[in-house]
Design a protein around this ligand. Structure first.
Ligand SMILES: Nc1ncnc2c1ncn2[C@@H]1O[C@H](COP(=O)(O)OP(=O)(O)OP(=O)(O)O)[C@@H](O)[C@H]1O
Length: 222
């Protein structure tokens, strides 16, 4: 089954003379468990496409079906439903500096109301152990290296077992080894769970983790 199915998507910022077409006639289908890397020059529309797929930005033309929900011209509640089943990883890890690794990961579960505090802590510790941070559970972000911080954000994105993970330049602030290690951890955990992953990156050093690479130029898939 397609997790993501895009047909004839167009997107522009601004109106009138300021209108700028950013995505043109995008067709894209991503299957369950597939790992896709989206590359392309700066300004080609990668982040815009990612935010539309993640229900973070509303598109008004074409068709964007994610997890069976039509997101084009959708209600806010539809986009929220998709967001709840999606994990996000950003270039700037966006961790809370005042919270420990465990607390940062727990936060992703607080959105769900499915777990008690004790269960949340248990799940957070379990996933932090899976990303190799069992010795750092109570460290705050500033006590961690860049690669370790990015592993905390990977743990945070995966802890609620999302069906889809969207990552925007997840290795941008990392050196080659820690960048590759971080996405390799992401890949192997996602493969265990059949999670679909879409990664936007300029980093050619991580292309080998993808099942498929898509190139976007000037808003067009080439
Ligand atoms: N909120 C906005 N309002 C107006 N224009 C925007 C907005 N966000 C992005 N753009 C423009 O849309 C185009 C595509 O931006 P986008 O961030 O999607 O590209 P990108 O491929 O992710 O680039 P990069 O690799 O540099 O992050 C750029 O020309 C950008 O200036």
């Amino acid at each position: 089954m397609s997790m993501i199915d895009v047909k004839g998507l167009n997107f522009a910022f601004g109106q009138g003379e300021l209108r700028r077409q950013v995505l043109t006639n995008i067709h894209l289908s991503i299957e369950t468990g597939e790992i896709v890397i989206l590359t392309g020059p700066s300004g080609s529309g990668k982040t815009t496409l990612l935010t539309i797929l993640g229900g973070l930005r509303l598109a008004t033309s074409g068709s964007v079906v994610v997890l069976g929900e039509q997101l084009v011209r959708s209600e806010t509640s539809t986009r929220i439903a998709v967001r709840r089943q999606t994990g996000y990883i950003f270039q700037q890890h966006n961790l809370f500096l005042s919270l420990t690794a465990t607390e940062n990961v727990c936060m992703a579960l607080e959105l769900h109301d499915l777990f008690s505090e004790k269960e949340r802590v248990g799940l957070a510790r379990q996933i932090l152990t899976q990303v190799g941070l069992e010795e750092r559970l109570e460290y705050r972000p500033q006590q961690l290296s860049g690669g370790q911080r990015q592993r905390v954000s990977i743990a945070r994105a995966l802890v609620s077992r999302p069906k889809i993970v969207l990552a925007d330049e997840p290795t941008a602030s990392l050196d080659k080894n820690s960048g590759h290690e971080a996405v390799e951890i992401l890949r192997s955990l996602a493969k265990q769970n059949g999670t679909t992953i879409l990664i936007v990156t300029h980093d050619y050093r991580i292309l080998d983790i993808a099942d498929r690479i898509i190139n976007l130029e000037d808003g067009i898939i080439t």
